[in-house]
Structures are given as C-alpha cells and as structure tokens.
Design a protein around this ligand. Structure first.
Ligand code: C5P
Length: 296
C-alpha cells in the first residue's frame, strides 16, 4: 500500500480582527496566523482494492466519519480527481481539540497535502487551496504554514517574513470552546481592543515582541474572557511569569505567551505548572516556518 506520514502543525493567532460579516453568517477576518512546532502526525495510505475512507485515531471522543475534517478533506479530494480508491488515514493527535489551535484543520490540510503527493499532477495548486477552504476557514492557512496574514473568512493568504523560533507557552483550560458559539456571541459594535494590523506587521518584521504586545489584540477575547474568567487569570499568570505578550488563540480557549528566550519560557512553564487550575494543560513549543511536511 502506498503510504505517506505527514506532520500537521498547530497554529496560534498573533492578532485577530473582525472587519465585517457575510450574508451567510461567516465573519470577515484580518488575522495573522502562525505555525507552531507542536504537530499531529497524519498517515495517509492508498488502498485501490477497497473503496471508502477508513479513519483511525489514537484519541477517543473524536468522530471518525464525515464529521471529521480529515475525512471531509479526503472525500473532497477523491471526488475532485474522480477516483474511487480506498484511503486509510491514521491521526496521532498531540494538538488539543476545540482549543483554538486548529488541530482539526491541521489534520485536514495534512490529508490534502498527502493526497496531492500520492496522486501527483492531478490537481492545480489553486484548486487544492480551494478544496482546503471548502473544508474549513483555517485549512488554507494550515496547508500553507509559516507566518501569514489571512483575510476574507481566512482563505485570502498573504505570506509574511518568517517569525520562527520564538518560544511559546500554551495554556489550555480543561474545557473546549465551539468556534460557532464564540462567533455567534460576537457583538460587532463592541469588539473591545482591536489590533493595529499595519503596526502588527511592522513589529513582526522587526521581530519586536514588546512592540507587538503594544499593538496586537484578539477581538474574540471580547466574548470568551467575560464568559470564562479563568482565561484572564491564565493570561495574568503568563504575564507574571515573564511572557512578553499574552493573547487568546483564535476562538480559544487556549491562551498563549510569547517569550524572548527559551530559558524564560522554561522557567515560566515550571512556575505555571503549580499555579494553574487543575486540568489545565501547559505546553511549551516554538513558532515554526513550516506547514505540513513529509516525515522520513
Ligand atoms: O470554517 P469552519 O468550519 O472552521 O468554521 C466553523 C464556524 O465558525 C463557522 O460555521 C462559523 O460559524 C464560524 N466562523 C465564522 N467566520 C469565520 C470562520 C468561522 O463565523 N471567518
């Protein structure tokens, strides 16, 4: 059986603004997405003898049928190129689910990346990114990876200079948040603090964390922070532990801190381990310049 193993990086949002709303309810965004070294491992194998998509996963509680983004991505790709081969997908999940870290989108992007290599030259790069957008708003970014300004509903990508190698501490409380719930509670007239996107882009170009901290924001915090006060506590703990910048990622609930060096990040990880509420996941990683890639 032809088989590929692919790394599927998580993401954080270094800034997130909502600039409008489409007739279909989707929100128009201006957000800088950033890949992380934290990855899932996705293996994709072709089985021409058996039709159908067979999905397996090391984590229970995830749907293994057409509700899973990895399954949807495979279905869309196979239909687009008109083959009826069977596909076996295995997900080794390290990225927390419903966390604002694009775990499901990363897996879907990795499936598209793998199938595009297993069936070479069957689909253009543009068509592949169009399929990605049909799976979910974050999937085009996950297919691209690195540091990218994402606009539209997330599918219009402008790659930015690399912001790789910055130490990141992730704090994921012991509950998940549904993206539709967060967006549906957003009041476009009361977004709170908004990012100054041109200044965000300039601070990223300079890799200046202090400047980034003074100009960035995530407007979805206006929904999640009042509803879940523990998120503000986690942000304050990260700041007190030395983070140069703290923000919620995407629609949350994960909050993250960026650190000027690895030693400061490690010291903060140790300090937070004994101070955060029970069940909070504290993960240390770094920003990455890479999207999906083959594991050799
Ligand atoms: O595209 P995806 O399935 O990731 O989005 C999940 C939900 O999040 C959408 O159904 C929508 O309610 C909300 N969303 C939004 N605007 C975006 C992205 C997502 O309103 N740009």
């Amino acid at each position: 059986m032809l088989r590929l193993a692919v790394r599927a990086p998580a993401k954080i949002n270094l800034s997130l603004d909502v600039v409008g709303r489409r007739a279909d309810g989707y929100h128009l965004l201006s957000t800088v997405m950033q890949s992380l070294e934290l990855t899932d491992l996705v293996t994709v194998g072709l089985n021409p003898a058996n039709a159908g998509i067979c999905l397996t996963c090391n984590r229970r509680n995830l749907p293994l049928d057409n509700r899973n983004t990895a399954w949807k991505a495979a279905r869309l790709f196979l239909d687009a190129i008109g083959v009826t081969d069977g596909v076996a997908i295995n997900l080794t999940k390290n990225i927390p689910a419903a966390a604002g870290l694009a775990g499901g989108s990363a897996d879907a992007a990795a499936v598209l990346y793998a199938l595009d290599r297993l069936y070479p030259d069957r689909i253009t790069r543009d068509a592949l990114f169009t399929l990605a957008a049909r799976v979910g708003a974050d999937v085009p970014f996950c297919l691209h990876g690195g540091t990218v300004l994402c606009e539209g509903i997330g599918e219009l990508l402008t790659p930015l200079p690399s912001f790789a190698g910055i130490p990141v501490l992730l704090c994921k409380p012991d509950f998940g948040l549904s993206t539709p719930w967060v967006f549906s509670h957003l009041d476009l007239k009361h977004l709170g603090r908004r990012p100054d996107q041109p200044a965000v882009l300039e601070s990223l170009r300079q890799a200046d964390l202090a400047a980034l901290a003074s100009v960035t924001a995530n407007v979805l915090e206006s929904v999640s922070l009042p509803a879940y006060p523990v998120l503000q506590i986690l942000k304050s703990e990260l700041a007190a532990a030395g983070a140069s910048l703290t923000l919620m990622s995407g629609s949350g609930p994960t909050v993250f801190g960026l650190f000027s060096d690895a030693a400061a990040c490690e010291a903060a990880r140790k300090r937070l381990a004994s101070r955060v509420p029970a069940g909070t996941l504290v993960l240390s990683t770094r920003t990455s310049a890479s999207g999906p890639g083959i594991v050799t």
